[in-house]
Design a protein around this ligand. Structure first.
Ligand code: ARG
Length: 504
């Protein structure tokens, strides 16, 4: 038998073939291949390409205004960036990992197209203020789009609330039947949560006011650039007030991730209820086949995978928030390369919500409610117990006493195997001496929901109708506002590509 070949030592982790640097500065032309591999971000930060181009166009305007670019340079840059934008859009652009990130890829391509003019563009700018700018622009765009998705979902819930009218559903606490509610009330409850999510996104957009561009690497630039030019061109209220903060803060991304995590959690709660309600045990709703899957083994299965995936996606959004919090925690000012690790959690959370929100809207739109079954579950007579106690309160019994009396009455009925509303008038009076036994005949589920009119957000049909009208009017106003905001933003950015030739 041949002797075993000698064991090889582990190959060195880094291949000795050191790649050339795209930026050398004072360094030798070669970089360790492990560092090169760790440095590459273009695989994910190319998602910021459009924003990088908008930022460059705005910066070019500021350079033009101080004569650091001639009119001809400016036009060459504008044309070159326009072409690059189109190539990226069509997929024709060649992304080169050796160039590390989206910024260097675009700059290199611009220099190839515009020559010396392209080489002038990075004056007074660093990738530190550049990437922070790209991210804020991307964040604005994302929050705006997702407010639109949130509106789609809210409108779906509102339409279902309208459609189901005064249909009843059991309301739960502790996942035990508690009191009947209108099914519309349940739909509007989820809608409320998503309206708050939309508010949070809107408030976040309101805080994206300070433009990092112009902050340079950390301290600003010695070039006499007017930073207001880029701020106005990109729709920011003002250049950032502190350059150290501007290049190193990731608060806005953290805030987005926190809001995204809350939204994902709200989505997961809707998803959980829908999945639960679709089980045979509940039988309150069913999904169309197009929104269900089967088992690879059990041919009879119809599984609510859409709802489950929606529920599961919340995990990764929460993970993204935690990842970025941990990256930023304890970082000294100002920019540190750790910050490159902000992009994957941010981009992943954004694309997860881009998927989850339309999925939730489809589930909400297309689920079929089993109204008879919901009504039957809402008609559990024991759910009238609180109303019996409250009726006693109106006749002068202190609530704690009423609670005890009705508790004993419930126990008596359960022991007899009869429903709460089937107790004889004599038995009723023996437990609740101040009560009116005729009350028991007026405690069907409709009576119980109708009785809740004094609570502004209660489940009485007229309150639910009012709240539905209010929520619908609000959604409509938000839709109009959103359309106006998107139009305004598109016009602003389009102007960067189309106008400004030879003008500051
Ligand atoms: N790709 C880098 C990032 O995302 C861009 C900034 C690089 N800055 C630097 N000083 N190396 O953070």
């Amino acid at each position: 038998m041949a002797a075993a070949p000698p064991r090889k030592a582990n190959p060195p982790a880094a291949s000795p073939a050191a790649p050339a640097r795209h930026l050398a500065g004072r360094l030798s032309g070669k970089v360790s291949s492990v560092l090169a591999r760790a440095s590459v971000s273009v695989g994910f930060d190319r998602a910021l390409a459009r924003e990088d181009i908008w930022g460059s166009l705005a910066h070019a305007r500021a350079l033009l205004a101080i004569g650091a670019l001639s009119g001809e340079d400016f036009r060459a840059i504008q044309r070159g960036l326009g072409e690059i934008r189109a190539e990226i859009g069509s997929g024709a652009f060649h992304w080169d990992e050796a160039l590390e990130d989206v910024h260097m890829n675009i700059e290199k391509a611009l220099i190839a197209k515009a020559g010396e003019a392209g080489a002038k563009l990075h004056a007074g700018r660093s990738r530190n203020d550049q990437v922070a700018t790209d991210e804020l622009l991307f964040l604005k765009k994302t929050a705006l789009r997702q407010r639109g998705f949130l509106l789609d979902l809210r409108e779906a819930l509102l339409a279902r609330a309208e459609e189901v009218g005064e249909a009843l559903a059991p309301g739960y606490t502790h996942l035990q039947r508690a009191q009947p509610v209108l099914l519309a009330h349940w739909l509007l409850a989820h809608q409320e949560a998503f309206a708050r999510d939309a508010d949070r996104f809107l408030s976040l957009e309101g805080r994206l006011k300070w433009l990092p561009l112009g902050s340079g690497a950390l301290a600003g630039t010695s070039l006499p650039i007017d930073p207001e030019i880029a701020a106005a061109a990109l729709g920011f209220a003002s250049p950032a007030r502190n350059s150290l903060d501007a290049v190193s803060s990731r608060d806005a991304l953290l805030e987005y991730l926190a809001f995204a995590a809350i939204l994902a959690v709200n989505l997961s709660r809707l998803a959980e209820e829908m999945a639960l309600w679709s089980s045979a045990e509940f039988g309150f709703l069913s999904f169309p086949d197009s929104l269900a899957t089967t088992s690879s083994m059990m041919p009879q299965k119809k599984n609510p995978d859409g709802a489950e995936l929606l529920r599961g996606k919340a995990g990764r959004v929460i993970g993204s928030l935690v990842s970025l919090l941990v990256v930023v925690k304890g970082l000294p000012l100002s920019y540190n390369r750790d910050l490159q690790e902000d992009k994957e959690p941010f981009l992943d959370a954004a694309s997860t919500l881009d998927l989850s929100l339309p999925l939730a809207a489809s589930l909400a739109r297309e689920a079929t409610f089993n109204l008879p079954r919901l009504r039957e579950a809402a008609s559990d007579p024991f759910m009238a117990a609180t109303d019996v106690a409250e009726a006693l309160v109106l006749r002068g019994t202190p609530f704690r006493e009423a609670h005890r009396e009705v508790g004993a009455l419930v126990a008596f009925a359960l022991e007899r195997g009869i429903s709460l509303l089937e107790v004889t008038p004599e038995d009723f009076l023996s437990f609740c001496p101040q009560g009116d036994p005729a009350l028991l005949r007026r405690l069907g589920p409709e009576d119980l929901t109708r009785a809740r009119g004094s609570t502004l957000g209660g489940t009485a049909p007229e309150r639910v109708r009012e709240n539905l009208a209010r929520a619908s009017a609000r959604a409509l106003a938000e839709r109009e506002r959103l359309i106006a905001e998107i139009r305004e933003r598109d016009l602003l950015l389009q102007a960067l590509l189309e106008t400004g030739e030879g003008t500051p």
